[in-house]
Design a binder for this molecule. Structure first.
Ligand SMILES: NC(=O)c1ccc[n+]([C@@H]2O[C@H](COP(=O)([O-])OP(=O)(O)OC[C@H]3O[C@@H](n4cnc5c(N)ncnc54)[C@H](OP(=O)(O)O)[C@@H]3O)[C@@H](O)[C@H]2O)c1
Length: 276
């Protein structure tokens, strides 16, 4: 979609972290915003921050893991704005801990939030986008989806799934006027699920910013790019090495402290839970 001015975007995960930044970057491009997450008060604050951009913006609180909630969300947006042109599947969750310490319910909730909700939201909007011969779906994966890390295995599984799912639907939609992109940010500083830990990322990956992630979302839509990794440093050589020999890549990541980083965070999370 080269020209996005005046279109309607649904941005999920709009209450905190990266989502509000994506909403503001889209609003700056003249895109009208339907914003969702579960926390109404925080959604309203993001909506207030869109006031200078002279676009229409409205919050639609919803729990994306709930099927009825998803249907109501899309109906309410349709009634208020009309058909959605851009879906930004940004909402997600992560919990760094040993895999065996996750309950089956926690595993299911993570898969529902990170993978099933974005896939089903897309399933609900694609037919109407194809009808209007216009639409773009941007889904937020992660560097974790390119290479699974210990203590973040379920998260990595969901994010890897989104990369291949995007690749599949993108090819299926070729020629329809509708397209799909996936964004893979590394550790994002300033705000979001990594920033709350108040840690420095391992040197080998470094950190990126909310601004760079939001810019990548706009670029993916306007230039119709399949996949964008948003991270400083030597990521592409590492991705290539992983494709050739995943075992060697694990050795490199272990050697450069990435796995220690996750182990320490898991230990910290566990002791925090024990004191609650
Ligand atoms: N931050 C990073 O370093 C980083 C790196 C790579 C990829 N990512 C990805 O970027 C995306 C945004 O991450 P973030 O850092 O902004 O995370 P965050 O600060 O934890 O925010 C997550 C957002 O998702 C919403 N959400 C969570 N569960 C939901 C549910 N069941 N229903 C509706 N909304 C729900 C939250 O809102 P409510 O709690 O109000 O519902 C919140 O707005 C995620 O997909 C994440 O995996 C982040």
């Amino acid at each position: 979609m080269k020209n996005i001015k005046g279109s309607i975007a649904l941005v999920t995960g709009g209450s905190r972290g990266i989502g509000p930044h994506i909403a503001r970057f889209l609003a700056k491009e003249g895109v009208n915003i339907a914003l969702t997450a579960r926390t109404k008060k925080a959604l309203d604050e993001t909506i207030d921050s869109l006031a200078p951009f002279n676009i229409e913006a409205k919050a639609f609180p919803a729990d994306l893991t709930d099927a009825v909630s998803r249907t109501t969300l899309l109906e309410n947006i349709k009634n208020h704005f009309g058909p959605i042109d851009i879906l930004i599947n940004n909402a997600g969750m992560e919990w760094v801990c040993a895999y065996s310490d996750m309950s089956p319910e926690q595993i299911k909730t993570m898969i529902q939030t990170n993978m099933i909700a974005p896939m089903l939201l897309a399933r609900m909007v694609i037919p109407q986008m194809v009808n209007q011969k216009k639409g773009h779906i941007v889904t937020m994966s992660s560097l974790g989806g390119k290479k699974g890390s210990p203590y973040s295995a379920t998260y990595a599984g969901t994010k890897a799934g989104l990369i291949q799912w995007t690749s599949g639907i993108r090819q299926e939609l070729k020629g329809s006027g509708v397209s799909a992109s996936v964004i893979c940010p590394g550790f994002v500083s300033e705000s979001g699920m990594f920033a709350v830990y108040e840690k420095k990322a391992p040197k080998i990956t470094g950190e990126t910013t909310t601004e760079k992630v939001a810019q990548a979302v706009i670029r993916a839509i306007k230039k119709d790019i399949q996949e964008i990794i948003v991270n400083p440093g030597l990521i592409w050589p590492m991705v290539m090495l992983d494709a050739i020999d995943p075992g060697i890549m694990c050795w490199v990541l272990r050697k450069f402290g990435v796995y220690d980083f996750y182990r320490k965070q898991a230990e910290e999370n566990q002791s925090r839970e024990e004191t609650l």
